[in-house]
Ligand binder design. Structure first.
Ligand code: LLP
Length: 403
């Protein structure tokens, strides 16, 4: 789909996040179709992009939600996700969060430690309910991705090892207030290699078999998220191969597969549109200063992540420039050594693949209001979050100011 970036800049100002809802829907459908012939539930990992309208766009397709705070659970519900399709994961859920999650009658709490299991049991007892539990197992598989987004090795803080998982399942089975119905693993994000996922699925499926043997009947096999996307020239895992590898691992078992993609559903449906403010040359080094910054899109600064950047309607001789924002940090850049024609104030640049972990990781650093988000759906463009104002930023402090 071709997007009229100039028109959007004129109408909504810059910087602005733009989401292509039709693309996101297509991504959802492609994955759902890959699991055809198998009981499956896609729970969109809303941490990737938790705008209510984005979640609603998936909910209308039948998607569930993978949440990592009670705030995300409440967002999912507000956006129309059915409670029985909501998973609550995360290494550090508090007493209050667990209580609220049980009261909201979500599908499952995904437990990540023995201590958390005991606390969940206590909370369930207080409420007089049986908590549906899944346990996040750390299969100790190297996903071969960026170390910051790798989660399936024992050296990472996530999940529990297999022996501990077994003990926790047996404990849950014997508890009046715990119902162990699910098993979960997630080995990392931006995965472009199928083997580690297949290996992890085999390991966890074997564990399910040994649990069935002792009468612990797991119903949900949650394979996490992590499917990689194309930022530049990555060779991707095909959804069908992914689904087949998982189906193969669980052969003979009666399970519903849960899959929790975030990036796959949203990354390439999102664009950050920014305006050039100035160009300057420090010695031999060229800089293009734009109105978006690391507070709007942190990935380049935090992970040295690459996002393709293109100029709208401008030709000329290309030379290398660093695309930087107005924030007072040397690490504030959106792209380094990017080939660009000569630019001037007012030119528009598009930062691609910005639909996942873009706005959700943004902040108000340097008292910069968070930007506007717009959606394009069936050719129509609409605001789905208005640009913040200075008033929004100081609201929670103003009352306490003593001059
Ligand atoms: N499930 C669990 C348990 C997760 O921890 C994550 C991501 C997902 C699902 C979704 O993963 P995805 O399908 O989006 O790869 N901020 C980083 C990514 C952090 C991912 C954290 N967990 C980035 O910008 O690359």
């Amino acid at each position: 789909m071709s997007i009229n970036f100039k028109k959007i800049a004129k109408e909504f100002g810059t910087p602005v996040y733009i989401y292509d809802f039709n693309y996101m829907k297509e991504q959802y459908r492609s994955l759902k179709e890959a699991f055809e012939g198998q009981k499956s539930l896609i729970t969109y990992a809303i941490k990737a992009n938790s705008n209510l309208s984005v979640i609603a766009n998936f909910a209308k397709e039948g998607s569930g939600a993978d949440c990592v705070s009670i705030g995300e659970v409440k967002r999912a519900l507000l956006a129309g996700v059915e409670p029985y399709k909501i998973m609550f994961s995360g290494v550090g859920k508090s007493y209050d969060e667990l209580k609220e999650a049980l009261e909201l009658k979500i599908l499952m709490v995904n437990v990540e430690s023995q201590a958390e299991l005991y606390l969940l049991e206590e909370v369930a007892k207080e409420l007089g309910v049986e908590a549906r539990v899944s346990i996040r197992v750390n299969p100790n598989v190297d996903p071969k991705t960026h170390p910051y987004i790798s989660t399936g090795l024992h050296e990472n803080k996530f999940g529990v090892d297999i022996d501990m998982a077994k003990r926790m399942y047996i404990y849950s089975k014997n508890s009046q207030n715990l119902d162990p119905v699910g098993i979960h693993f997630h080995i990392g994000s931006q995965l472009t290699n199928l083997e580690p996922i297949a290996e992890a699925a085999e390991i966890i499926a074997d564990l399910v078999r040994s649990l069935k043997a002792i009468d612990i009947d797991i119903k949900f096999f949650d394979v996490g998220g992590g499917l990689g996307v194309r930022y530049s020239d990555e060779v991707l895992i095909k959804p069908k191969d992914y689904a087949n590898a998982i189906k193969k691992a669980i052969k003979g078992l009666d399970l519903t597969i849960i899959c929790e993609p975030g990036r796959y559903l949203t990354a390439n449906g999102g664009y950050l549109l920014t305006k050039v403010l100035y160009e300057k040359q420090n010695g031999n080094k060229r800089f293009t200063i734009v109105d978006a910054a690391m507070n709007d899109l942190l990935r380049p600064s935090l992970y040295n992540a690459y996002h393709r950047i293109e100029v709208i309607d401008k030709d000329g001789e290309l030379t290398e420039t660093d695309i930087v924002g107005p924030i007072c940090e040397s690490g504030d850049f959106l792209g380094k050594n990017i080939l660009m024609p000569e630019l001037e104030g007012g030119d528009l640049l598009v930062v691609y693949s910005a639909g996942a972990y873009g706005f959700t990781m943004s902040s108000n650093y340097n008292t910069r209001p968070r930007v506007c988000e717009v959606a394009i759906e069936d050719g129509n463009t609409r605001v789905i979050r208005r640009r913040e104002t200075f008033e929004d930023l100081i609201e929670q402090e103003k009352l306490y100011l003593q001059n």
